[in-house]
Design a protein around this ligand. Structure first.
Ligand SMILES: Cc1cc2nc3c(=O)[nH]c(=O)nc-3n(C[C@H](O)[C@H](O)[C@H](O)COP(=O)(O)OP(=O)(O)OC[C@H]3O[C@@H](n4cnc5c(N)ncnc54)[C@H](O)[C@@H]3O)c2cc1C
Length: 371
């Protein structure tokens, strides 16, 4: 008979958030990961918890997720800033989408800013913004700290970790691995973009592929405040919440004409800070097996556009990397239960940090969501 209540495959933010909530419920938890520490999508990202920009349908999950991040921060001591997101509007089309979004969501979620206020928030007196917005509910975490900190805290709470161990199959409470079989009452599988190697049928039914993103870390100038997050016009065209506004179509045409190179690399131009510097990205390319090469033109383009908005004349690049996450053209969330004891959960879009704790709550409560 199994002695563990819950085995979780994957020590990314989704597996860890699930373990955090399960431990709070008093359940015994065992996490198995092929790596020797979290190194997947969950450390490669912006650490931007973009609750507000998610679709209306996702708002209940986003709100649970926000509670979860605040709880986890209080328990584990991980850094989580309630600093919100700033969005400068550089054109009438961008401003229109922000105004429509503000009218739709109300002032608790969206505060419109005049040009002086957004220029001050971004810290660049020469930014030719015509207005902007602040999304006060959004949060920031440090992606290089959050998952390792939660994992260490869970280990201290008695959660068992088996690292360097590849899970090869999961069914009916049995987890087969390269170190033998483990058994539990329930098994939750959160393998991120490696879903295809474990549950190929589920991956194929959602057309799961890998999205790769060009990212940079640059030295931060002093004028950027801690907890900074900036989205731009390309973000307004991309996140479901903004993109549902009636003005989004005109914004996309405007961007196609004004910024064809950014649109060509499917950019979501955005910036956040971490203690080591400023994170700048990102582009999107889709493939089943991406090549590892970073296109320098794409990296330079994103750097150029972001630093010119921030008024940074000579950015010093500290790191570049190709981030990867699971993507599906048909859904933002794969949440399936192939047998009574198994749940498979993969965020199939670039919103897994944001929604992690909300999805973990769905996983454990047996819920579903159409995102
Ligand atoms: C560049 C970039 C920027 C992003 N920006 C944001 C952002 O600002 N906000 C946001 O909300 N989201 C963002 N995302 C998306 C977010 O990072 C992901 O959605 C999220 O981290 C997915 O978490 P996960 O736990 O599902 O996957 P992962 O963090 O990839 O974890 C999966 C784990 O499963 C393990 N594993 C897989 N297969 C097996 C196996 N067979 N056996 C054992 N272990 C296995 C892996 O080793 C890994 O540790 C971004 C992603 C990237 C790459």
């Amino acid at each position: 008979m199994p002695t563990t209540d819950l085995i979780i495959t994957g020590s990314g933010i989704l597996g860890l958030a699930t373990a955090f909530l399960a431990r709070r419920q008093g359940r015994s938890v065992h996490i198995i990961d092929r790596s020797d520490r979290p190194v997947g999508s969950s450390i490669q990202n912006f650490g931007h918890a973009c609750f507000t920009g998610q679709s209306d349908a996702a708002q209940p999950i986003a709100s649970k997720a926000r509670e979860g991040w605040l709880d986890a921060a209080a328990a584990t001591g991980l850094w989580a800033a309630e600093t919100g997101t700033f969005i400068p509007a550089m054109t009438e089309a961008e401003l229109t989408v922000l105004e429509q979004f503000a009218a739709h969501r109300g002032p608790d979620q969206v505060r419109l800013l005049d040009p002086e206020a957004i220029v001050e928030a971004v810290g660049n007196p020469d930014l030719p913004a015509i207005g902007g917005a602040h999304l006060p509910q959004d949060m920031r975490v440090d992606p290089r700290q959050a998952a390792p900190r939660i994992a260490a805290w869970l280990a201290g709470q008695g959660v068992e970790f088996t690292w360097n161990t590849h899970v090869t199959a999961v069914a009916d409470g049995t987890v087969s691995t390269t170190r033998g079989n483990f058994h539990a009452e329930q098994v939750v599988v959160c393998p991120g973009y490696q879903l295809t190697s474990l549950f190929p049928e589920i991956a194929e039914s959602h057309e799961i592929r890998i999205c790769s993103l060009v990212m940079s870390l640059i030295e931060a100038p002093q004028h950027i405040p801690t907890g900074f997050a900036m989205l731009t016009g390309t973000s307004l065209a991309r996140y479901d919440g903004f993109a549902a506004m009636p003005g989004a179509e005109a914004l996309r045409h405007d961007l196609d004409e004004r910024e064809p190179e950014l649109r060509g690399c499917i950019a979501n131009l955005m910036v956040t800070d971490i203690p080591q510097g400023l994170l700048i990205g990102d582009s999107h390319a889709y493939d089943l097996s991406p090549e590892p090469f970073i296109d320098e033109r794409v990296g330079s383009l994103l750097l150029d556009r972001a630093t010119s908005m921030l008024g940074i004349e000579r950015p010093r690049v500290l790191q570049r990397w190709l981030g990867m996450y699971a993507d599906s053209p048909t859904t933002n969330l794969v949440l399936e239960r192939p047998d009574e004891r198994t749940t498979v959960a993969v965020v199939a879009s670039g919103i897994g940090m944001t929604l992690s704790f909300g999805i973990a709550d769905l996983i454990l409560s047996g819920g579903t969501a159409d995102l």
